[in-house]
Design a protein around this ligand. Structure first.
Ligand SMILES: C[S@@+](CC[C@H](N)C(=O)[O-])C[C@H]1O[C@@H](n2cnc3c(N)ncnc32)[C@H](O)[C@@H]1O
Length: 231
């Protein structure tokens, strides 16, 4: 996976607000492919420091290559930024950035299962080394549990209908791919609209209803488990 030249959104605005300076210490909570981090390091030359976090080891490897020229000025941690206190005890910082969500690196890779664009395994995890993939969750949770998860963590207005559709579909066969989920949750009209967008080659934002289930940047396995225990 390479995307070393990926340009992040609002680069100028973010760098302008953080106003990195030499000697400064900055935290990038969500390094992604490293675009913002790179700019912070450039602007804080020659000795500003950048401490970065990302839950996705593969994306972090891309950032590590991109940021390697900055040498000792960079420290990267694989993990949730909420572990910052343990990873960097006593750290005093001049600025913190959190660019929550997904990077195009993750969205465009069918193997990650975040998008309808190509069929792929129904995974949807930032960190594939921990927790459970979306397929396992969608195949084992009850309709009530799915509806609560979709509503609470996805702010999904059609939560109940989608939960019902998932349960109906898996009654025929367990869901294992993004295509299975797409067929389960989109009605005929939705599917036609999506197909037109895909055929047109538009870089349509293929956020699908259930993706937000595990994608909103703050939903953790513990939160999902608490719903499974509650309902
Ligand atoms: C929108 S991208 C960041 C892009 C980045 N600002 C850049 O300039 O390229 C968001 C990243 O946050 C990561 N992420 C999401 N939730 C996280 C969390 N709780 N802790 C650490 N990283 C997280 C994702 O894996 C993803 O790589």
């Amino acid at each position: 996976m390479t995307e070393g030249d990926h340009q992040p959104v609002l680069l100028e605005e973010v760098a302008g607000l953080l106003a990195p300076r030499p000697e400064g210490v900055y935290v990038d909570c969500t390094v992604g492919p490293g675009g913002h981090s790179e700019e912070i390091l450039r602007r804080s030359a020659p000795n500003g420091r950048l401490i970065g976090f990302d839950r996705d080891a593969e994306t972090l490897a891309v950032a590590a290559t991109r940021l390697a020229p900055f040498g000792q000025r960079v420290t990267l941690h694989h993990g949730d930024y909420r572990t910052m206190g343990e990873q960097e005890p006593g750290l005093s910082v001049d600025g913190i950035l959190a660019d929550l969500g997904l990077s195009s690196l993750q969205l465009d890779d069918p193997q990650r299962g975040f998008s309808f664009r190509h069929d792929g395994p129904l995974d949807m995890r930032y960190d594939r080394s921990s927790g459970e993939g979306a397929a396992r969750l969608l195949n084992r949770a009850s309709e009530d549990q799915l509806a609560v998860i979709l509503r609470r963590y996805g702010q999904e207005p059609r939560a109940r209908a989608i939960a019902r559709a998932i349960v109906r579909q898996r009654g025929h066969e367990p869901l294992s791919s993004t295509g299975d989920l797409r067929r389960a949750v989109l009605d005929r009209n939705d599917r036609d609209e999506l197909d037109r967008a895909l055929r047109g080659g538009a870089h349509h934002d293929l956020r699908h209803d259930a993706r937000r289930l595990v994608e909103n940047g703050v939903t953790t396995q513990a939160e999902i488990d608490s719903v499974l225990g509650e309902y």
